[in-house]
Design a protein around this ligand. Sequence first.
Ligand SMILES: [Zn+2]
Length: 211
Amino acid sequence: MAHDGADEAQAILMAVTELAATGRAFSARGWVPATSGNFSRRIGEAAVLVTASGTEKGELTPADFLRIDLDGAPLDELGPRPSAEAPLHGAIYRRFAGARAVLHVHAPATTAISLGRRDAVTLTGYEMLKALAGVTTHEHVETIPIVPNDQDTTRLAAAAGDQLDRTPDAHAYLIAGHGLYTWGSSVAEARRHVEALEFLFECELRRGEQR
Ligand SMILES: [Zn+2]
């Protein structure tokens, strides 16, 4: 057990370092304004490290994180409250065994493109698609589903989970007027997905202006 505890302490330390660095980078680009967004990293079979509610993502310290289970419930009695959206992280980890990190941002192109479209954004023809895990050609067709926003985050997590069941090949999903959820086998991979998708959505918006 002592060995497991040491492993988890090590996993927590690494997760805090990686997620804080991600927060500084995303904050500098205006993707997590006004304490929005939340990040998590799986640290064990049934444990996830997640950002606490109301934290400034550009200034994350170890005190801004807590451990939750895959339903989003805190594993420690003391400590900060999890983000209200913690159940959305669990919905991803429970479905995709390969998901080890989940990143949620309120980035401008991501948010803009999620409104005014019916149920998905389809991306194809872009070299940047190859930044998505397993994609090897610009001819790939990536369909990013859009889930309606809901202030009841338990209901929102259920709706997002149902959507993920219907589109298991998607690398991400949008919440209408709200933001993006994406994941990866590491924090670095999830971060690459956020960067690529925000770029691709920005391209789609600019193409729309030209038509
Ligand atoms: Zn949000």
